[in-house]
Design a protein around this ligand. Structure first.
Ligand code: SF4
Length: 245
């Protein structure tokens, strides 16, 4: 593909994303069943992009993967293995791979933790988590997403103030692809009801007081009354890894 045709293709993708974003913002005012709306969004994305659609998952649960694989069996589910995950997160990934028709693809950073330690010093996360996230999350994911036209995230508006305006569909200008967040509008009871109804795997840490799960060096239980993501990167002025700017 030439640079010019890729540019035209991106222009078309952007237009398609903006049209869908506006349409689903209107549908959100009309559809009262949050799961039904999610299924509409997923149906559109599968129709529009087919196997050039990938799901990304942090493996807090398998909800988004489950939603998409109902319409697109075998869909690629990308999981970033930073080398710093809790055992429970890796178990959830394996349960998702076993229990539903998806293709889990484990994405690894360019360097192992040991190689990163040698180049940047031990425990980069404790000194410069922005740089550590860039090396172990942001760059590997952007590289892994390059072959696709659209990606599906599990972002929810409830997660944090920074995510409160997350649209169902958006144009991801940084990556030149469509970003689909079909559960953006879900509340925690909606998640729990869906998990129970469909027996979706969930990370065991959720019931151990971790409402938001990332790498173990950067994840704590939130203090009572604090937001669900307040246990992430404690002590730093950082609330996102950089995957969702
Ligand atoms: S969450 Fe922490 S350990 Fe994981 S990539 Fe980011 S800084 Fe590194």
């Amino acid at each position: 593909m030439t640079a010019t045709s890729r540019c035209v293709e991106r222009t078309e993708l952007a237009a398609r994303a903006r049209e869908a974003a506006a349409r689903f913002a209107r549908r959100e005012q009309e559809v009262t069943d949050p799961v039904a709306l999610s299924r509409e969004v997923v149906a559109w994305a599968v129709e529009a992009f087919g196997d050039r659609l990938a799901v990304t998952s942090s493996m807090a649960d398998g909800v988004t993967a489950h939603l998409v694989c109902q319409r697109l069996p075998g869909v690629d589910v990308l999981f970033l293995d930073t080398g710093y995950h809790f055992a429970q997160t890796l178990q959830t990934r394996d349960q998702v791979a076993r229990s539903m028709p998806v293709t889990v693809r484990t994405i690894e950073p360019r360097q192992t933790v040991a190689e990163q330690d040698r180049e940047h010093g031990r425990d980069l996360f404790a000194r410069d988590p922005e740089h550590c996230c860039l090396l172990r999350k942001v760059e590997p994911l952007s590289h892994a997403l390059a072959p696709y036209d659209a990606w599906v995230t599990g972002l929810r508006r409830e997660d944090s103030p920074a995510r409160a305006a997350t649209p169902l569909v958006a144009w991801d200008a940084d990556r030149g692809m469509v970003k689909v967040s079909p559960v953006a509008h879900w509340t925690q009871p909606t998640v729990e009801a869906y998990v129970a109804e469909h027996e979706v795997p969930v990370n065991l840490l959720l019931e151990q007081g971790y409402p938001s799960i990332g790498c173990f060096p950067c994840t704590r239980r939130p203090l009572p009354g604090q937001g669900s993501r307040s246990g992430r990167w404690t002590g730093f002025d950082k609330t996102e890894c950089g995957i969702h700017p």
